[in-house]
Design a protein around this ligand. Structure first.
Ligand code: ZN
Length: 494
């Protein structure tokens, strides 16, 4: 029932742009980790399967809602198909006014997400141990912390394990913002916090290491004017300049405050969300990044297909050296440092596996090249589920501050859900630290404030029952993950 808007695609239009092969030839690149791709596809099927069954299950349940044993039968059916029961109160009143499908659909969306979180460790263990950019490698490159700010677009949700092949761990932070326009003050605070940990010896092995900030913009090569970054009106150059502008502001903020040489290293990466190829903008010897100096893995994949592993690696290194030596608009001041160089080469190579993943498991280009998220996550993102288009994320502390991100999300879901009469499910989620007394209560109150403010900002949707907010909190250090909080519990002070 989901469509990506007006996208009538012919078979020719869907021919894969990364890998164009003759009859009988296959896309099997020497540097691709086939075993890792197998593990990732199993994960993708597990997670998507939990959402894909919702609509058919609800349609079937709806068909027998007027029968005498409806509630028991519906629960048995839901348990069987979805792995959980439906909210009893929504079923029990069905005989009076009919089933509230809108509310049930939103509940199931949240419940399936919860199911993914509860099983995240088991689901993710197989691929986590095989990532190309693991914690040891990143540390060996000279970084104690990698702070990644992609666009909040759901198509970048699988960024770490799929597109970057980077193992999520405690030293990697992902903070998404619309248009990758991250909060400079917030980042200065995060950087300061990590510096304090480094200086106090709380980051073993990180004493002489640096902080790396990566901004990730995105674009669509198939429909550049429609399916690029919504926050920048699909203007690719604006997306690049804006993300780079923030990176430079962050460096200036820290240098101006803490002195020259204090600034973190930066990296700018672009993602073609149609095929998951990346553009890595190469820093120069001073760490400066340039919109025109980059290498593109889509090109590298095509150029190196059919080569043996050693030749393909040599080709990658040569391409990087060529880009570094470029003159004109792309010119930089010397070559990047050795740690960054190793990181960039590994990242380029790792992404080739993702290009082939899309070729083998998504026909070379995603069938839905636009938005297809299941819900909006407002507040602080959960990083428990790592998969393309699972939710649209609006980072916000208060609705006033995050209004722009929230408006973009509502606009996207007007096309995805409201058009079909479905509500927009909004998960309002915040973290707390169980080490801080009273923090959980404050996080819950924050959820409640944001939930109320969302209802006020979109009064028409709220009145028509087209907004369905679920509040949740997670402990940063403990075992509570995305625990659902109900209004009644807030009122009672629990
Ligand atoms: Zn975007």
């Amino acid at each position: 029932m989901r469509t990506a808007g007006a996208l009538p695609q012919s078979a020719e239009a869907l021919a894969n742009p990364a890998c164009v092969v003759g009859p009988g030839q296959r896309c099997e690149h020497a540097l691709v980790d086939q075993a890792l791709n197998q593990r990732l596809v199993a994960y993708e099927h597990q997670v998507r399967g939990r959402f894909a069954a919702i609509v058919d299950t609800l349609k079937t349940v709806s068909a027998f809602q007027h029968e005498v044993d409806f509630v028991a039968r519906a629960q048995r059916y839901a348990q069987d198909r979805l792995g959980y029961e439906l909210p009893a109160d929504l079923l029990e009143d069905a005989w009076v006014a009919g089933l509230n499908m809108r509310a049930l659909h939103a509940c199931c969306t949240f419940r399936s997400f919860k199911e993914c979180i509860e099983r995240a460790d088991a689901d993710q263990a197989p691929w986590r141990e095989r990532m190309a950019l693991d914690a040891d490698f990143i540390q060996a490159c000279g970084y104690h912390t990698v702070d990644v700010s992609p666009c909040a677009d759901g198509r970048l949700q699988g960024l770490l394990p799929f597109i970057f092949r980077m193992a999520p761990n405690d030293n990697i932070q992902v903070k998404a913002y619309a248009g990758a326009m991250f909060d400079v003050e917030g980042d200065v605070a995060d950087w300061t916090h990590r510096e304090l940990e480094r200086l106090s010896g709380a980051l073993p092995g990180g004493e002489s290491a640096n902080y790396l900030k990566i901004a990730v913009y995105h674009f669509s090569t198939s429909l550049p004017c429609d399916q690029g970054c919504a926050a920048h009106g699909s203007h690719d150059s604006k997306a690049v300049e804006s993300a780079l502008g923030r990176l430079n502001e962050l460096r200036a903020a820290i240098e101006n405050t803490f002195g020259r040489g204090a600034a973190p290293e930066i990296l700018l990466v672009g993602v073609d969300t149609d095929i998951d190829a990346i553009r890595v903008h190469l820093p120069d010897a001073s760490g400066d990044v340039n919109p025109y100096r980059y290498v593109d893995t889509g090109d590298l994949y095509r150029e190196t297909l059919g080569m043996d592993a050693a030749s393909a690696r040599a080709h990658l290194a040569a391409a990087v050296a060529r880009a570094e030596a470029a003159d004109g608009w792309a010119q930089g001041e010397g070559a990047m440092n050795a740690g960054m160089h190793n990181l960039v080469l590994r990242l380029l190579e790792a992404n080739l596996s993702q290009i082939e993943y899309v070729i083998q498991h998504h026909a070379g280009r995603y069938a839905v090249i636009g938005h297809d998220e299941a819900f909006i996550c407002a507040g602080e993102a959960t990083n428990y589920v790592q998969l393309r288009n699972k939710y649209y994320y609006a980072h916000l502390d208060t609705v006033e501050e995050g209004a722009a991100d929230m408006d973009v999300g509502i606009k996207i879901f007007t096309g995805l859900n409201i058009r079909h009469g479905l509500a927009v499910p909004v998960l309002v989620h915040f973290h707390y630290s169980s080490r801080v007394p009273g923090a959980r209560e404050r996080a819950v109150m924050r959820c409640k404030r944001v939930k109320a403010a969302i209802a006020v900002r979109y009064p028409q949707l709220h009145e028509q029952g087209l907004l369905n907010c679920q509040m949740a909190v997670s402990d940063r250090y403990g075992s509570e993950r995305c625990a659902f909080v109900e209004d009644a519990a807030v009122a009672a002070g629990h």
